[in-house]
Design a protein around this ligand. Structure first.
Ligand code: GRF
Length: 201
């Protein structure tokens, strides 16, 4: 008996490599009720699109302007029956129409302990450089709901790791990446299960 009552379809939005997308795809590969049904990107050369092709998952590509004006985005989400949007290294701001169409159903992962080292321009190595330069002794990752501001939605979960004085930004990135790969898929599952459960009341 599946843990959730209905079938849920998720779309992963990603602009780059897609190592988190890969872990999410693997985690839900044989899941009885949660399926990765779409990969959406704004970068034609994003490696995540190759990963989607290998796993035979539908892909959609939109420019920044098409995203902002909803030139086809809502349509492609509807035609793939998307219930949840999972951001995994997606660099564009999520437009208001998506936030109102998917209330508390858009999740993001950020490679620091928000609210520290978040906001516009804080992505990839910029985050880890900022952590190092601030002399932090710990860092981590944050999974949060998405609102109309970069990295400011309600925090769902955070996981931390220590930083030794000799570790540089690259070492920090590698440690955070391990945390992301280990925990993001299971937190996505928990959020969907909780959502399904709350709908029964
Ligand atoms: C991750 O560090 C994630 O926290 C951030 O973007 C990065 C994506 O990495 N939002 P990848 O493309 O999944 O390898």
């Amino acid at each position: 008996m599946p843990l959730v009552d209905k079938e849920y379809h998720i779309a992963i939005f990603a602009s780059g490599n897609g190592s988190n997308a890969e872990k999410i795809i693997a985690y839900f590969q044989d899941h009885p009720s949660i399926h990765v049904s779409l990969i959406l990107s704004n970068k034609p050369d994003a490696y995540v699109l190759k990963r989607a092709e290998e796993h035979i998952i539908n892909c959609a590509l939109f420019t920044k302007s098409q995203m902002e004006k909803d030139l086809g985005v809502s349509d492609v989400l509807a035609s793939n029956n998307i219930d949840f949007i999972i951001l995994a290294g997606f660099l564009l701001l999520i437009p208001p129409y998506l936030i109102s169409n998917y209330p508390n159903r858009i999740l993001n992962i950020h490679p620091s302990l928000l609210p520290k080292h978040g906001g516009k321009g804080m992505y990839g190595k910029h985050v880890h450089k900022s952590v190092k330069e601030s002399g932090e002794t710990k860092t981590g990752m944050t999974i949060h709901f998405v609102n109309e501001h970069y990295d400011q939605g309600t925090i769902i979960k955070q996981y931390s790791t220590s930083i030794a004085p000799e570790e540089d930004a690259e070492d920090i990135a590698a440690k955070v990446s391990i945390l992301e790969h280990r925990h993001y898929p299971e937190v996505i599952e928990e959020v969907i299960e909780l959502y399904d459960f709350s709908k029964n009341f």
